[in-house]
Design a protein around this ligand. Structure first.
Ligand SMILES: [Mn+2]
Length: 277
């Protein structure tokens, strides 16, 4: 069944409840072996922002880039908002079981249903209770952070208040540090930790927090998604926000990805290739 989906992605929309359960359990057995922090030593890395049910965007990225020496890092938020959430996440999980090293799926807040309720949650609300419980369990095990050898850190939202890179491995699902990663926003402010936004409850951070944590982690550039109102580049072009979903067109002008060649040092967004898909 998994091989057939990989040969023909459209079959991802035909999975019944039993087949979906089987896929989730297979994918979970792979994902739960990964640490929260994935380190990439070499090659080309393609970073993909929130896809939010944009199955078309996912298929384009996979067709174009899933080949050696590339690794593809998805920054989370696979479901909700867009119309094709289930096939989007099912296709990615099927691929993960076959290409566990080449395809890295990070966790966004929309994968954190087990810890937190949020809206919109059209994907989650349309599932049977049994499937909702299994998706919540499986997706809660997705890793949080990617680190590269040439100065990049990648995650869904904001940087956690940790003292060093390896401390990320110990972050527990649903904890305050997890919430900073999965839910955090960046503001054009010189401030540090700015508190939670009153309406959405999203934790807010400014330039001082960015500089402090990047120094502790010895990183130059953060690649993240999550916040469609953020500029493409913030903080001396070191904080890069990309979106790869048609669900945000109108707020952001295009679906974008970022490509890094790990043989070259990355100091700002100018050392990345930003492409439309
Ligand atoms: Mn998000």
């Amino acid at each position: 069944m998994i091989k057939r989906i990989i040969e023909n992605p459209e079959l991802a929309s035909t999975l019944d409840e039993d087949e979906t359960m089987e896929l989730l359990k297979r994918a979970e057995s792979i994902i739960q072996q990964e640490p929260n922090l994935l380190e990439i030593p070499s090659g080309n890395v393609i970073f993909v922002g929130d896809t939010h049910g944009d199955f078309d965007a996912t298929k384009i990225v996979i067709k174009r880039y899933l080949k050696p020496p590339n690794k593809i890092v998805f920054l989370g938020d696979y479901v909700d908002r867009g119309t094709d959430s289930k096939q989007n996440i099912d296709y990615l999980l099927a691929l993960k079981t076959i290409y566990p090293e080449r395809l890295l799926l990070l966790q966004g807040n929309h994968e954190g249903r087990k810890a937190m309720y949020f809206s919109p949650a059209n994907f989650w609300q349309e599932l049977s209770p049994a499937l909702s419980g299994q998706y919540a369990e499986t997706l809660s095990k997705l890793p949080y952070v990617v680190s590269t050898s040439n100065g990049i850190i990648a995650l869904h939202g904001a940087l956690p208040s940790v003292s060093n890179l390896q401390a990320i491995k110990k972050i527990e699902f649903g904890s305050e540090l997890w919430r900073q990663i999965a839910w955090g926003d960046w503001q054009e402010s010189k401030g540090d930790v700015l508190g939670d936004e009153a309406f959405t409850g999203r934790p807010q951070f400014g330039a001082a927090h960015f500089k402090t944590i990047m120094k502790r982690l010895s990183k130059n550039v953060l690649i993240r998604s999550h916040q469609p109102t953020a500029k493409l580049a913030l903080y001396q072009k070191r904080c890069v926000t990309i979106f790869t979903s048609s669900a945000y067109l109108g707020i952001v002008p295009t679906r974008t990805i970022a490509i890094a060649d790990l043989e070259k040092d990355v100091r700002t967004i100018d050392d990345l290739s930003i492409k439309e898909i």
